[in-house]
Design a protein around this ligand. Structure first.
Ligand code: 5GP
Length: 190
């Protein structure tokens, strides 16, 4: 399916909606009776997934944010991850779920898992809407995975290119000719 006004549709809005609803059902079942779950949204890309997921959960939970940067000024990951904004609350003895938009090489999620594990949570799991499995450099476990995508630059549903396209309701492929319309300064991996 193509959208004349924007990037080519890769994952339709309805498919995302169904997948997020399925995540929410599964997570609500898995954490039932375990106390308040802490959802850790990875800024900026996961803000829409986090909002949709959070509103569908039927269990008590609280929302936290963390921000990291992995790409510097390039659209190619160097593997060096930097913490830009930390959690505001302690997570020791809490059940924690990291909510990521996309896992590419795996470096960001690997970094976050090590960082948060050191804070002694009761449990630590991961949820990612999209993974580019062909690009994996580090093996990271994703407990709740939405979709595998090919090695293309995807935008929409929180994901950007140079801060554009985040509010697209679907996930689309940004083709090189569309990138050329914009200043070549990709987002910093947030
Ligand atoms: P990793 O550390 O797994 O290589 O990279 C993770 C981060 O890279 C993601 O959180 C995201 O910010 C960025 N990223 C990787 N691939 C894409 C993509 O296709 N589109 C967008 N918008 N961001 C991406």
């Amino acid at each position: 399916m193509n959208n004349n006004e924007g990037p080519e549709v890769l994952i339709a809005e309805e498919d995302i909606r169904k997948r997020v609803a399925a995540f929410a059902d599964q997570i609500s079942r898995d954490y039932a009776g375990k106390g308040k779950l802490v959802l850790v949204g990875v800024l900026k890309g996961a803000f829409i997934l986090l909002a949709d997921l959070s509103r569908r959960l039927t269990i008590p939970h609280r929302v936290e944010f963390i921000a990291v940067s992995s790409y510097g000024k390039s659209s190619v990951s160097t593997g060096a991850v930097r913490l830009i904004m930390d959690l505001r609350e302690d997570i020791d003895n809490k059940h924690v779920l990291i909510v990521e938009d996309i896992v590419d090489t795996g470096h960001t999620l690997h970094y976050l898992l090590s960082l948060l594990k050191a804070r002694s949570p009761a449990s630590l799991r991961t949820c990612a809407l999209v993974r580019k499995s062909e690009r994996a450099q580090i093996d990271v476990s994703i407990d709740y995975l939405g979709f595998d995508v090919p090695d293309v630059w995807v935008v929409g549903y929180g994901l950007d290119y140079a801060e554009q396209y985040r509010t697209l309701p679907y996930i689309g492929i940004l083709h090189p000719r569309e990138e050329a319309k914009h200043t070549p300064t990709p987002g910093d991996g947030c």
